[in-house]
Design a binder for this molecule. Structure first.
Ligand code: GLV
Ligand code: GLV
Length: 464
């Protein structure tokens, strides 16, 4: 049961005086029931989302789901937040969460759970300053977004929307050896910009399924994508020059804004396609329009847009944009599968319940906020990091062994192997066993890591 502080004496006084003095025992039962009702924390959900998470929230909280048609207006959101002292806010990527919203919510607010993996709609600093935990929904949507990315690659390379439109107009009069000629994937090069969780799944599908070569670029090397998709690290220029498909998987940050601009587009092959399922502002829209109009690249497939929900920032370019044949558009639907959306709903709800129970959420974004970690006696950065990612408290090698045994291989690969430095630093700082550190540094798989710990523990026992 989620706990909240209420003044029990105050409640008791109300119910034990004048009105309910006849049967103290029954009144106590009433009191407990009413107290339980009053103790339920309040959650605001800004739009109807799949029910799995909502139902879970309802088991422990009072849940208000906005019934507005479409996304909630800012005015309405402010009004709702001021009307009740909400403990948690489950919001969408279309809700801008900033100082004004947080002030309206007031000091009761403990968590903002974003129903998205991207969190560029949230002012993290403002949340952290107020001690508000922010969570997102990574992993549960990796497959959906990756599959949609591949669907867009196929749609643009095989000209499916263009052919569909043409055939619907009654143009198909007989098989044409020269009609709608496209490009094959086999043996082509895919360039992944942003080799995180989603980029890695795209790379794996394309390498394993289509025999594509994979290049990747990121701020750090990622051994996991290299291992999963035979991917090779490349600098931006090499990746852009050599790729037949360039797919973007970076978050929207100051540093990724207009990452693809005139200069980058000019480096791409004339026959290459650009795919964006990340965030619109990563591409400089005018530069892309220019490249598509002048056919300096073969085409683009976009799920996100610089001035979303507008397809183009400037209204006078709308006609040009929507009439180009070398572009495929989908309206920000990459995570739109039943599996992903139910998963996102459940994960957002679990994050909320965890925080309201005084525990660390599963997927915290502002991990510098350590209120809960400190409460749990976890004080180092790396332990906090590992705990936030995996929801496990680990203080020695035996506990680490059991944590790793409980973890599945893909979680290990995504959260441990791909963040090896953090992991190793954490072991170094908390467990302070240099031999174990060296062994774990070498371990590439979960079972190797477990075996390394077992080996180390055995040697230690013998030594004693
Ligand atoms: C969708 O764009 C997301 O960030 O989940
Ligand atoms: C992007 O959010 C990613 O996880 O790669």
């Amino acid at each position: 049961m989620v706990k909240k502080n209420v003044n029990k004496d105050f409640l008791y006084n109300i119910f034990s005086t004048k009105i309910l003095t006849k049967n103290l025992y029954t009144h106590r039962q009433h009191l407990i029931k009413i107290e339980v009702m009053l103790l339920r924390p309040k959650v605001l959900v800004t739009r109807k989302i799949p029910d799995r998470g909502i139902n879970f929230l309802k088991t422990q909280c009072d849940v208000d789901v906005s019934q507005q048609n479409g996304s909630i207006s800012r005015k309405e959101l402010l009004k709702k937040l001021k009307s009740k002292k909400y403990d948690a806010l489950l919001c969408l990527l279309t809700d801008k969460i900033d100082d004004e919203i947080l002030d309206a919510a007031g000091s009761n607010l403990k968590i903002v759970a974003n129903y998205a993996v991207g969190f560029d709609n949230i002012d993290l600093k403002a949340c952290t300053e107020r001690g508000v935990i922010v969570t997102n929904t990574p992993n549960v949507l990796n497959q959906a977004v990756a599959e949609h990315t591949v669907a867009l690659m196929m749609a643009i390379a095989r000209r499916i929307p263009e052919a569909d439109k043409w055939a619907r107009k009654g143009n198909y009069k007989g098989w044409d050896p020269n009609g709608f000629i496209g490009t094959e994937f086999n043996g082509k090069t895919l360039g992944i910009i942003g080799a995180g969780r989603i980029g890695t799944v795209v790379a794996r599908i394309c390498n394993k399924g289509f025999n594509m070569k994979v290049l990747y670029h990121d701020i750090n090397k990622n051994p996991f994508i290299e291992q999963e998709a035979n991917a090779r690290f490349a600098d931006m220029a090499t990746l852009l020059r050599e790729s037949d498909f360039v797919s973007l998987h970076v978050p929207a940050l100051e540093s990724t804004k207009h990452m693809i601009n005139h200069k980058e587009l000019a480096m791409m092959k004339k026959t290459a396609y650009l795919i964006n399922t990340a965030r619109g502002p990563v591409i400089q829209e005018d530069a892309l329009l220019h490249a598509l109009e002048n056919k300096t690249i073969a085409g683009a497939a976009l799920d996100v847009f610089e001035c979303e929900p507008k397809l183009v920032c400037h209204p006078n370019e709308y006609q040009i944009f929507t009439h180009l044949d070398n572009i495929v558009i989908s309206p920000h639907i990459a995570s739109a599968t039943i599996e992903a959306r139910q998963g996102m709903s459940e994960l957002a709800a679990k994050n909320i319940i965890a925080v309201l129970n005084g525990e660390m959420p599963i997927t915290q974004v502002n991990t510098d906020l350590k209120v809960n970690a400190i409460k749990k006696g976890i004080v180092t950065d790396a332990a906090n990091y590992f705990y936030a990612r995996n929801g496990m408290v680990v203080k020695n090698l035996t506990e680490l062994q059991s944590a790793l045994e409980k973890m599945d291989d893909s979680t290990f690969n995504f959260h441990v192997n791909a963040n090896k430095n953090d992991f190793v630093n954490w072991i170094r700082n908390t467990i302070k066993d240099q031999v174990a550190v060296a062994l774990l540094e070498k371990a590439k798989t979960r079972s190797q890591a477990v075996n390394a710990i077992k080996h180390r523990l055995k040697v230690m026992i013998v030594a004693y």
